[in-house]
Ligand binder design. Sequence first.
Ligand SMILES: NC(=O)c1ccc[n+]([C@@H]2O[C@H](COP(=O)([O-])OP(=O)(O)OC[C@H]3O[C@@H](n4cnc5c(N)ncnc54)[C@H](O)[C@@H]3O)[C@@H](O)[C@H]2O)c1
Length: 357
Amino acid sequence: MNTCSAHPPKIAILGYGGMAKYHVDRLRKLGIMEVTGSFDTDPARQDAARADGLIAYPSAETLLADKTIDAVLIATPNDWHCPYAIAAANAGKHIICEKPVAMSVDELDKMEAAAVKNGVLLTVHQNRRWDGDYIAVREIIDSGILGKVFRIDSFVCGANGIPGGWRKLPKAGGGMMLDWGVHMLDQIFDYIKDKPTSLYCRYSHALGFDVDDGFNAHIGFENDLEVNVRVDTNTFTDIPRWIIYGRDGTAVIEDWALNGKITLPVYGTEVEIVGIEAGNGFTKTMAYRPHESVTEREIPKPVVDYDTFYKNFVATITGKEKSCISIDSVRKVMRVMELCTLSDKKNTVLKKELLQL
Ligand SMILES: NC(=O)c1ccc[n+]([C@@H]2O[C@H](COP(=O)([O-])OP(=O)(O)OC[C@H]3O[C@@H](n4cnc5c(N)ncnc54)[C@H](O)[C@@H]3O)[C@@H](O)[C@H]2O)c1
């Protein structure tokens, strides 16, 4: 390995599909790592790599045998993450693995053991830790403007079904829990340090595939906080990305462009809540608040360095920094996803199983 040389580290890619191309474009713009080549089992993707100016290695073995390469990026369907990570570690390459790191905690343990044995870095592309909406959620809660937060809704609802081939196949690690759940649960467990006390999850199969096309997970935490994480692929209307419920206000982040608002109540004797006709009834409890009884604030627009992950990877393999994605944090989320599957299978709330997290 030449990771101590002045030249940018060289990285090659296993699986040259949509995400690989995204990495190549980002890394070429950033210029801190050189993407040299790739291998894909699909000849059309080998051609695409050549057209993009990369070496198209004839096999994964030849790619891993190339001594000039310092690191490997694994961007295949999920069932290949574990075998390729172990082979890359045994070939002495540092590893960026796409999310989900693996199909199970057991696989992850094997990957980590291979990395430790060979003295290479294993990290996982949990890029959504730098999503502006997620960072805005943290900023809003940390500012205290909402008072004590008692509920967080994190929703991602698409209308395009499950795209592509392998994402529909259980064997390849398809389904929305492993696709989107891994990001959203990662954000929740990255931020919330209270202990989870209960978990209930239901998977949906509205589209008729063997894999889940969405799920609804409810996680209770110590300190009376509840979190709802929901993914759906068959919702034909806009659902807010986040709703944060605090004792002193509510924040809604509509979308990844950070549209939304923070609504705070105005208390005072001059504000009178008047009952309303509601359907075939009357309510004061659920009456809309009059305009003068609330005030609105904008959602903060955090300044985020989207390249932090790549910069940290280079700094870590050159011995200058510690990896910003710990394998322990990745393992915890993998475990939570396994518990979601267990809860769905048993249709039951899990409590004691959370003690091991
Ligand atoms: N971090 C993110 O935001 C993000 C976004 C999208 C996808 N991903 C992850 O990236 C990975 C790839 O997803 P994608 O959307 O690029 O899928 P994709 O289908 O576009 O690309 C996967 C590629 O891998 C190739 N492939 C399959 N088996 C292979 C093997 N054994 N060896 C080499 N190549 C093989 C396929 O031919 C295909 O070209 C998945 O793990 C996915 O979860 C991450």
